[in-house]
Design a protein around this ligand. Structure first.
Ligand SMILES: Cc1cc2nc3c(=O)[nH]c(=O)nc-3n(C[C@H](O)[C@H](O)[C@H](O)COP(=O)(O)O)c2cc1C
Length: 397
């Protein structure tokens, strides 16, 4: 048999329970009468007494605005006035003062109590001390502001570093009517670990380098400087690609941070006899795209990477190939092969080389642009996951 609430507790007991429950609350709970002049408080709980330091006796009969003071903002007070005038509920945060003058942040929520005719007879107010919360919010805001400033500064520095890094890239291609150079360079961050170079070693003999330094960001960028300087210092002294890569390795070994290394592909094209000598050092193979016979030939020499091993322990080898008019040479870093399609399948070399074959009729610059679009459409993205660099040339008449 179920008992009604009347049978469980009497109205008097229920009233006592309600007051007890109200008094255990940490929040202030207040009731103001709306039909008495100046809307005085008719009830305050013990939470309100603890929060403000005022006793019941001191505040009953007064309007609760006595908690406001010199630094209380006008706008939340206006909002309270507006809500009361319209018989609406509202919540504001405003600065109030305890009896001893200590300021505190009050999150005040007021809700109208209406009679059966919809007339507001009373308002219930709930006061919470949110001083600590406000302080935390304030210091969080300040920390965020500092972080934003720091970020702005970092971005500026990275932009500057990028500007400086562009100096190690060739400003223009060597001029020769028998060879047309082309390149694309897009670092993933503002500064990256890829770079390339094209230099004239002797009349009609060109050194073409593509390199990928481990990592990204500032450290990688600094290593690209080191590698570029090490390369440039020796490049014009030799027409042996193995000798150049070996000398670069000798200069970088011991100076690179532990675990860092460079992969590179260095080719020397002699436009006088159309020969290409090359060294592949830990880097993806290059490609010769032979338009005349519709062939794509991998250029490999499988030498170790650069900067990680002492010169005594590594041997760099070179290969040589005869080029023909119309041949195109493509060197690249691994970003183009590290793309995944919507089924999470990585592009394989066959797909890549058959694309090269299909587009072998394009000019070298057009070919590079189309490879980039091919990579992006393969992954369905607008950027690559890694620095994206390609350099190449075409043998002209
Ligand atoms: C139930 C209730 C509780 C209130 N509690 C507070 C309070 O804790 N602190 C405060 O500054 N104002 C409080 N107010 C608001 C003021 O009593 C008053 O409504 C406000 O200052 C706007 O009116 P005024 O322009 O006449 O001062 C409360 C109002 C009501 C109805």
């Amino acid at each position: 048999m179920r008992m009604s609430s009347k049978e469980i507790v009497s109205f008097r007991e229920f009233e006592d329970l309600l007051i007890k429950a109200t008094n255990t609350s940490n929040e202030g709970i207040t009731i103001s009468s709306m039909d008495q002049p100046d809307r005085p408080l008719v009830f305050v709980n013990e939470g309100f007494e603890r929060l403000t330091g005022y006793s019941k006796e001191e505040v009953i009969g007064k309007n609760c605005r006595f908690l406001q003071g010199n630094n209380t903002d006008k706008s939340p007070v206006e909002e309270l006035r507006r809500a009361i005038k319209n018989g609406e509920q509202t919540t504001v945060e405003l600065l109030n003062y305890k009896k001893d003058g200590t300021p505190f942040w009050n999150r005040l929520s007021i809700t109208p109590l209406k009679d059966k005719n919809g007339i507001t007879t009373h308002y219930v107010g709930v006061q919470s001390d949110i001083t600590e919360l406000r302080e935390t919010q304030k210091s969080l805001k300040e920390a965020n502001k500092e972080l934003a400033l720091y970020q702005e500064k970092m971005n500026f520095e990275l932009e500057e570093a990028r500007r400086v890094q562009n100096f190690i890239l060739p400003g223009s291609y060597p001029k020769n009517t028998q060879v047309q150079f082309a390149s694309i360079y897009e670092p993933m961050d503002q500064i990256g670990g890829d770079f390339y170079d094209i230099i004239e070693i002797e009349k009609g003999i060109y050194g073409i380098l593509i390199a990928d330094v481990t990592g990204h960001g500032i450290q990688a960028a600094l290593l690209t400087f080191m590698t570029s300087f090490a390369f440039k210092n020796t490049a014009i002294q030799t027409t042996s690609t193995a000798e150049l890569v070996s000398a670069t390795n000798g200069k970088l070994y011991n100076k690179m941070p532990r675990g860092s290394f460079v992969t590179m592909f260095y080719a020397i094209y002699d436009s006088n006899d159309r020969t290409l000598t090359y060294t592949q050092a830990g880097h993806p193979e290059g490609y010769l795209i032979r338009t005349s016979s519709k062939e794509v030939i991998a250029l490999t020499s499988q030498s170790p990477l650069v900067g990680a091993f002492s010169s005594d322990s590594v041997i760099y080898t070179e290969s040589k190939i005869q080029l023909k008019i119309g041949d195109k040479i493509l060197l690249y870093t691994d970003a183009i092969l590290e793309v995944w399609n919507s089924q999470d399948i990585m592009m394989n070399k066959e797909e890549f080389t058959s694309f090269l074959l299909k587009n072998s009729h394009l000019s070298i610059q057009e070919l590079l642009e189309s490879i980039k679009s091919f990579g992006l459409s393969y992954s369905g993205k607008t950027t690559f996951n890694d620095d994206f660099t390609m350099v190449g040339f075409q043998v002209l008449d």
